[in-house]
Design a binder for this molecule. Structure first.
Ligand code: FES
Length: 153
């Protein structure tokens, strides 16, 4: 029997909740976890992949200790996001989508975080840095390097 819209929404809420827990525990969603979740929640793996690719918050690859996300949406782009991204790439020695060899940093891009008036924006371990200038990039990286993600310095 087909599931009702309410049931589908409930399934998806439960799925997102479980994915959040897994990501919290491992820092990403391991392939093994996807097949387990699929069996437990009776949701196909392709459906789970659909959710994982839709929500940028989930990662299928291990991330570094610190996550830096640069908004490259249109509003941020015209306000200089490409230069900000270049600067982070140069300073960290990695490209967007990569994790540094020492597993300290992962650099990602996103297409709008809903705060366009503050562009260009970088989000460093959850902290928003708006109206960002390239000269501030060093400071952001230094601050991250001096903090542990779990809050214990
Ligand atoms: S385009 Fe960057 S916040 Fe909207």
């Amino acid at each position: 029997m087909e599931k009702s819209v309410d049931e589908l929404e409930k399934d998806q809420r439960e799925l997102i909740h479980v994915l959040h827990d897994v990501q919290e525990e491992f820092g990403y969603i391991p392939a093994q976890a996807i097949s387990q979740i699929s069996k437990q929640l009776k949701i196909s793996e392709s459906e789970i992949f659909g959710v994982l690719t839709f929500y940028k918050a989930f990662s299928l690859k291990p991330r570094g200790e610190h996550l830096i996300t640069i908004c490259v949406g249109t509003a941020c782009h015209v306000r200089g996001a490409p230069m900000i991204l270049d600067e982070f790439e140069r300073k960290l020695g990695i490209k967007a989508g990569e994790t540094s060899e020492d597993n300290q940093f992962t650099l990602e891009t996103v297409n709008c975080v809903g705060a366009c008036a503050l562009g260009p924006i970088a989000i460093a371990d959850g902290e928003y840095h708006g109206q960002l200038k390239t000269r501030k990039v060093d400071k952001i990286i230094d601050k991250l390097m001096s903090t542990k993600r779990n809050g214990s310095d």
